[in-house]
Design a binder for this molecule. Structure first.
Ligand code: GTP
Ligand code: MG
Length: 353
């Protein structure tokens, strides 16, 4: 990426650069991601000046090909979309659901009740994103915003081992930011720009995105304030994912929704703010030992369901009953038949009845 330092921008002298840096805005990308209103709020600069500044930064980055131009042809958008990377989930079933994997330049929201595997899914992606492109990863690192204190390096180690990767190297490429309250969670994201570039971050995880907001803003009176702040957080997440060509994954809990009489009476918390910003929404559900994942909302995937499991290797494909049977048969070979060899059996119609 080319030079995006603040002082490369015409009109930014040492004083302005200092003011911005003190407020946590370290480069042009930060300017664009945060936007003029916020830059004005945090630096005390006039709105007129911050608007000019942000526009200049956007133009500079667009000229350098880092961001797309304001008016672009459909073919340019197409080209930008060609740069979208995908991270394999390490399973066939979930990759099918995601049509290849978790996309960059998008926010994927995973919601479901406790223990349905949201955190395990995030841990698995932390390892998968580090695989090479040929192997379904993006060869990049992770920024893991942990607001529930559920990040477990031991799980990363076991998932890495199961994938034949060096666990130490895999751990070294994950930056964990423990968020203590919702403002802190927002702050981490606001300051993430530098680390995303320096550490070649390709996956941002917010586990969970909503939990802290929910516990801090209790009661109806504070609902709109909560939504506003949550809205800010989620939009920031999307803008960063777009600007840096990273994948963003946010988890969300569910609440019972008494107004649903048929079907599953659970809805993601956070309401519409999160729903409308996420590009993809996946619902995880427990079903005995298995898990079900359903694509709930996507601009181009069909609404589909798949079954998956959780194991040493993170999220895993469910054991195929046929494969299980075959394995059992192999371990316990049947007496030889006097029919022709295996090769001629291919395509023989089922003679079972
Ligand atoms: P909340 O954060 O509480 O909302 O839940 P969650 O959706 O994040 O659940 P999480 O991903 O933590 O999933 C927990 C499930 O994963 C439990 O059912 C555990 O039994 C299972 N699990 C966690 N680690 C392992 C493991 O190493 N092996 C196996 N087989 N299962 C595991
Ligand atoms: Mg969890």
């Amino acid at each position: 990426m080319e030079d995006i330092r603040l002082d490369s921008l015409e009109g930014v002298g040492p004083v302005t650069a200092r003011k911005l840096t003190d407020a946590g805005v370290h480069n042009m990308m930060d300017l664009v991601v945060r936007g003029p209103v916020e830059i004005s709020d945090i630096t005390g600069m006039e709105k007129d000046s911050t608007e000019k500044l942000v526009n200049k930064a956007r133009q500079y980055l667009a000229d350098g090909g880092v961001l797309s131009q304001d008016f672009v042809s459909a073919s340019d958008i197409y080209k930008r979309r060609q740069e979208i990377g995908k991270i394999t989930t390490g399973t066939e079933c979930l990759d099918t659901l995601f049509d290849g994997g978790i996309e960059t330049q998008a926010l994927t929201e995973v919601y479901g009740e406790f223990g349905c595997g949201k955190t395990q899914f995030c841990h698995t992606l932390c390892v998968m994103v580090q695989k090479s492109r040929e192997e379904g990863g993006l060869g990049g690192g992770v920024l893991y915003m942990d607001s529930e204190n559920t990040f477990r390096p031991e799980r990363i180690v076991s998932i890495a081992k199961a994938n034949g990767m060096d666990p130490q190297r895999v751990l070294d490429n994950i930056v964990v930011a423990r968020a203590y309250n919702s403002s802190h969670q927002v702050l981490i994201l606001e300051e993430a720009g530098a680390i995303i570039r320096e550490s070649n971050i390709k996956l941002l995880v917010a586990d969970s995105a909503v939990g802290l907001f929910r516990s801090e803003y209790l009661g109806r009176g504070t609902l709109s304030e909560r939504q506003q702040r949550l809205n800010h957080f989620v939009h920031l997440l999307v803008r960063i994912a777009e600007a840096y060509n990273c994948a963003a994954v946010a988890t969300n809990q569910v609440m019972s929704s008494p107004d649903v009489f048929f079907g599953d009476p659970t809805k993601p918390i956070g309401g519409n703010v999160v729903a409308h910003t996420s590009t993809y929404r996946i619902y995880f559900k427990k079903s005995g030992k298995k898990r079900i994942a359903r694509m709930v909302d996507s601009p181009h995937h069909p609404e589909e369901e798949v079954i998956f499991g959780i194991g040493e290797a993170g999220v895993i494909d469910p054991e195929d009953p046929k494969a299980k049977k075959a394995r059992k048969a192999k371990a316990d070979p049947a007496p030889p038949t006097d029919g022709p060899g295996d090769a001629t059996d291919a395509g023989t119609p089922d003679t079972g009845n």
